[in-house]
Ligand binder design. Sequence first.
Ligand code: TXA
Ligand code: MG
Length: 318
Amino acid sequence: MNTTPAHLRVADAAAIARAGEIIRAGGLVAFPTETVYGLGADATNDKAVASIFAAKGRPQFNPLIVHVPDLAAAEQIVMFNPLARKLADAFWPGALTFVLSRKDTTLSLLVSAGLDTVAVRAPSGTVAQKLLAAAGRPIAAPSANVSGRVSPTRARHVADEFGETIDLILDDGATTLGLESTVIGFDGDKPVLLRLGAIAREDIEKIAGPLAAADKKISSPGQLINHYAPRAKLRLNARNVKPGEVLLAFGPQVPDGAAMTLNLSATGDVKEAAANLFAMLRELDAGGAQAIAAMPVPERGLGEAINDRLRRAAAPRA
Ligand code: TXA
Ligand code: MG
């Protein structure tokens, strides 16, 4: 798509005000956060929340993250415990999502997809915060991609995937972090890591102590399914290029032979690699190659979350 669709607008004050009206009227708005673009609707409106599931083709059992301006707003919809509060003080607004027990509120039951918990996050992205203020209510928003596909880090990714089915897309350029938020739940007061994400495990563990792994009792339904799938096959831990492959490189030493090479970070910086990951996967995929070879990324800091996404992208398709 080379023309700018009418519903894609630069996220200036007028566009954000309009987006707030659309949310209040039950419509769908795609908006940038510091992590990825979200597909937002009024979290208190059942019909609006249902339309998110419909637009994404998202399974009804996969609950949504509710976005709020701050901890005070989050405490109105879920029960915080002392550790969650401490982590919110350290990382909010920011890329950390908490799964906590629902309070009895006007929040749509659909956001929980049948669970008695709600995932909440106060994003730090300026446009996201302004939109929350304009809408004046919590906004339910999964990543703005068709279910099972790569998350969007540019407004254009959203426009390409959804065409005119969204009422408005707020464009604020590339998102800064490029990976979705880290999701934490609790087993009693023990913290459980439900999804690796844009805040590194080590940074959370400095405050929370060791994070338990998700299990059958406390888990994230969205993590069970095959996800982040490009059209091309993905080959992990590649140190060379096979015929017909394009290359997702990492670091200064890059093998030759690929028809197309994109480097996540030529200096080997995992943060830069995280910010580039989804856009580069999309770009390599768009070239129509049969297979993408991905070089190894070190399992430190955000490298752990990058490798998680790459493994899912490489998993056999459901
Ligand atoms: O950075 C992000 O988190 C982005 C931006 C838009 O905020 N959002 C995002 O949403 O990545 P989504 O829907 O693509 O991923 C939400 C994840 C899913 O794995 C979902 O299963 C999990 O959070 N989740 C949501 N509510 C949950 C709940 N009540 N219990 C367990 N897991 C939950
Ligand atoms: Mg998603």
